[in-house]
Design a protein around this ligand. Sequence first.
Ligand SMILES: Cc1cc2nc3c(=O)[nH]c(=O)nc-3n(C[C@H](O)[C@H](O)[C@H](O)COP(=O)(O)OP(=O)(O)OC[C@H]3O[C@@H](n4cnc5c(N)ncnc54)[C@H](O)[C@@H]3O)c2cc1C
Length: 438
Amino acid sequence: MEYDVVIVGGGITGTSLLYSLSRFTDIKNILLIEKYSDFAMLNSNARSNSQTLHFGDVETNYTVEKAIKTKKASEYILNYIRNSTEKDEKIIQKCQKMVLGVGDEEVKMLEETYQNIKSVFPGLKKIGKEELKKIEPNVINGRNPGEKILALLSDNGYMVNFGMLSSSFAKKARLNNKNIEIKFDTEVKKAKIENGLYKLETNKGNISSKFVVFAAGTYSLYFAKMFGYDQNLSILNIGGGFYYSKRFLNGKVYRVQHGHIPFAAIHADPDITNPDITRYGPTVTLSLTLERGHIKTFPDYIRTFNIDISTLISLKRILLDRDIRRIIQNNAVYSIPVIGKYQFLKKEAKIIIPKLSYGDLHINNNTGGIRPQIIDENKKFITMGEAKLQKEGLIFNITPSPGASSCLGNALEDVIYITKYLGKNFDINKFNKELGGG
Ligand SMILES: Cc1cc2nc3c(=O)[nH]c(=O)nc-3n(C[C@H](O)[C@H](O)[C@H](O)COP(=O)(O)OP(=O)(O)OC[C@H]3O[C@@H](n4cnc5c(N)ncnc54)[C@H](O)[C@@H]3O)c2cc1C
């Protein structure tokens, strides 16, 4: 079995690339391998993530450049859905979205953010207590009248079931190109180069390909290291779960996050799979596994880690950072039974909904996933967003948030590299017309 391109991983990264290759290139011989029995069983599943289509307008930790890039990638998804015949409310729904600043420091940060990004997001609106009371009453009800608050209300709010979107990409890919093969329950165990071809050893036999893309989420760096690539990167895996209550909010309420922290502060969201609830999270716990709750993946995680002086210095710097230490300490308490829920309510949930009570809040242990935050040992710190390694016939995509929102932006970069490497054609005009909005 010899292919032009093999994609390892059937989450949103792998399936969006499969779709893009099938729609905009002349590469015919493509295989996608997924170790589970369906698409998007890990981080791209709706139960694992916050379901937000990120634009960078309510993410106060993004730089303006990151916001512009994320906005563009999210618009590709909106255009994909617009062009689609299956305009399914189960895949994507418009919803209200804002970022809330509470207290003097956060309000000041939000004012500054607004000044920096208002030209990129002309629809973003500053709103105070009176307007907030009308559109999101439970953010105001029961709040200390002396507390200073400010919100930025976005006109770009969407919740997405990225798992269903993955299946949609794969379905369309197969309609575009009948030669595409998809193998479920097939796990790549080892990968190497032999006589100019990449050889993948799987539990169902060996596969050869001219090009391999590892869209394997938390596992991608593990494979990069198998080829001896990026010894300068390690992953700090941040596990995250969710609490829930009956529905208290009309839309998404994000919180202000400091600029150097590469993950969102705990926020409240509706759930596209259940209109009756509000979810709170994700929590932030250091994880030593590549899949949430799967202790068997511990040895693989260790293999993604460089245990050398440079990593240890990076880790020390990360863990000594005042804001990161506070987040990790607080979140460690949230996992303790009873006390944890009480502390989560007091320090997180009630900041958004002051009237929320202990009995309203429930933990859902079956939710959440892992964000593979990248430790850049040159910078000696964790970096914001996704990382991509492109090496001679290989791509490794490592995808913390906003990896799901950026999937088609990532796919575009991959398609350009793959077609160039294989000497194939990429119809960029068609891509721009269909996904770029003209
Ligand atoms: C708590 C949390 C909240 C988040 N919220 C958001 C959000 O609101 N918006 C957003 O845009 N992003 C969010 N993200 C990030 C987003 O979920 C991820 O960036 C995205 O799902 C990554 O997709 P992926 O396809 O790269 O990885 P995954 O979805 O993890 O898929 C990787 C796939 O590779 C397969 N695989 C792995 N190893 C092998 C192997 N050896 N052989 C075969 N198959 C293999 C796995 O089974 C899996 O299906 C969040 C993440 C978390 C954890």
